[in-house]
Design a protein around this ligand. Structure first.
Ligand SMILES: NC(=O)c1ccc[n+]([C@@H]2O[C@H](COP(=O)([O-])OP(=O)(O)OC[C@H]3O[C@@H](n4cnc5c(N)ncnc54)[C@H](O)[C@@H]3O)[C@@H](O)[C@H]2O)c1
Length: 395
């Protein structure tokens, strides 16, 4: 049986999140063989800064390295499909950042390719791996909340509030035609389905662009950077700054989520509440070690994350004892532990706890329905073929 220290990984993209991947791979004991940057010079500079031995000059060179078992794709969105296609064709396992693709037609082909390859395929929906999210999913599946009826929340950030804020995500050919929804709403939507176990069946969406033009600097800009360029070009904006979306889930539950990248003061605020027929639960990413449990006939509770007080899934995702706050970067370590257990086995497990390409594709289908609903101004069904099975449905 292989050990984790025998497994080699390479990371494509050396920006904000590529750096988190490198750090969290090392934390779980995986050898990071090398990185691939947008140019050989940039890749070399980031490899040196991160203490990574190799900076590959191309994806071909990376895939020629026999010591690489798993490739992590953390490049801008438009590169996910071509790079992932090449990685799977080369017989490697792959962890791809969200969103999996630029649209559902692309991601459908990836699901087929991944399935035929037999390789481990994961989408980095890391929010699932807050230990309390693993725990509350078990609570809901075990009936503690009763029937799930109402799922609400938001994902707000403020880093694109100003006309002078710029990033590749604002360019539809790099980020996709859905921006706030594709970038951060995708996390919330995946999480809502993961926690409740209920696919989203229909959506009614309103998308709004408040800043019709933005000042594009001449030269690349780091994600979340607040540096301002003096030389800029005014660019028209077509993608949404905010989204208001109504949801219908497979079991009949209803939902409502708001998404914004222009909410002053909200740096990275994801909140949700799930109201069931017996009890409710709620969580706020700014206090990620606290789970609120609401009761009608008894005092409400706050569960502080503690392996001793959570079920098996929550315990598996937790790395530290209670009271020692775990946050954003820790979720990557927990997700990678689950992925690399399958890598060591050589194939995906039957029901992986991480999001697979099939889950990433499902989120793309929901995204496509959101875009169509906003365009048509009416409810749109999520176009799953075949339709998902729900509790009580006949296969
Ligand atoms: N899971 C999460 O919580 C999370 C958070 C942030 C970003 N992301 C996702 O990660 C991806 C990257 O986002 P980011 O915020 O790190 O962006 P970023 O701009 O900080 O980093 C992107 C990196 O990709 C590199 N790159 C560009 N073209 C390349 C190419 N052809 N080959 C190799 N590298 C190339 C850039 O030089 C840069 O280093 C996006 O898909 C984004 O949606 C996920």
């Amino acid at each position: 049986m292989r050990k984790i220290a025998d497994v080699g990984a390479a990371v494509i993209g050396t920006g904000f999140i590529g750096t988190v991947h490198v750090e969290q791979l090392r934390r779980i004991g995986v050898q990071v063989r090398g990185v691939l940057g947008s140019t050989p010079d940039r890749g070399r500079a980031r490899a040196d800064a991160l203490g990574v031995v190799r900076a590959y000059e191309s994806l071909d060179e990376l895939l020629d390295d026999p010591s690489v078992d798993v490739v992590h794709v953390t490049s801008p969105n438009h590169l996910h499909v071509p790079q992932t296609t090449q990685i799977l064709a080369a017989g490697r396992h792959v962890v791809c950042e969200k969103p999996l693709a630029m649209g559902a037609s692309e991601s459908a082909a990836l699901v087929d390719q991944a399935s035929l390859s037999g390789r481990v395929n994961a989408v980095n929906f890391n929010m699932r791996f807050y230990p309390l999210h693993q725990h509350v999913r078990e609570l809901i599946a075990g009936g503690d909340l009763g029937d799930v009826r109402f799922v609400t929340g938001h994902y707000f950030q403020d880093w694109l509030l100003l006309e002078t804020d710029w990033n590749w995500r604002l360019e539809p050919d790099k980020g996709g035609s859905l921006r706030a929804v594709g970038d951060i709403g995708s996390h919330w939507l995946d999480l809502a389905t993961f926690l409740t176990g209920q696919p989203i069946e229909a959506v009614m969406a309103d998308l709004t662009t408040f800043l019709p033009t933005r000042a594009q600097p001449q030269g690349p800009v780091e994600t979340f950077s607040t540096d301002r360029s003096t030389e800029t070009i005014e660019q028209p904006m077509a993608t949404e700054d905010v989204a208001s979306i109504l949801l219908r889930f497979a079991n009949g539950a209803r939902g409502a989520v708001s998404v914004s990248q222009i909410s002053a003061g909200r740096k990275n605020s994801l909140q949700w509440e799930i109201d069931g027929s017996n009890a409710a639960a709620a969580w706020d990413s700014e206090t990620p070690d606290h789970l609120w449990l609401g009761h009608r006939e008894a005092p409400n509770q706050v569960l502080m994350r503690n392996p001793a007080l959570m079920g098996p899934a929550g315990q598996a995702a937790a790395a530290l004892p209670g009271g020692h706050v775990e946050g954003f970067a820790d979720t990557f370590g927990a997700l990678f532990r689950a992925v690399y257990a399958d890598v060591i086995a050589g194939h995906p497990s039957e029901r992986p706890p991480y999001a697979t390409f099939a889950d990433g594709h499902d989120e793309m289908l929901v995204g496509d329905a959101i875009a169509e609903s906003a365009r048509l101004g009416r409810w749109v069904d999520v176009a799953r073929v075949p339709a998902p099975l729900t509790a009580g449905s006949v296969p």
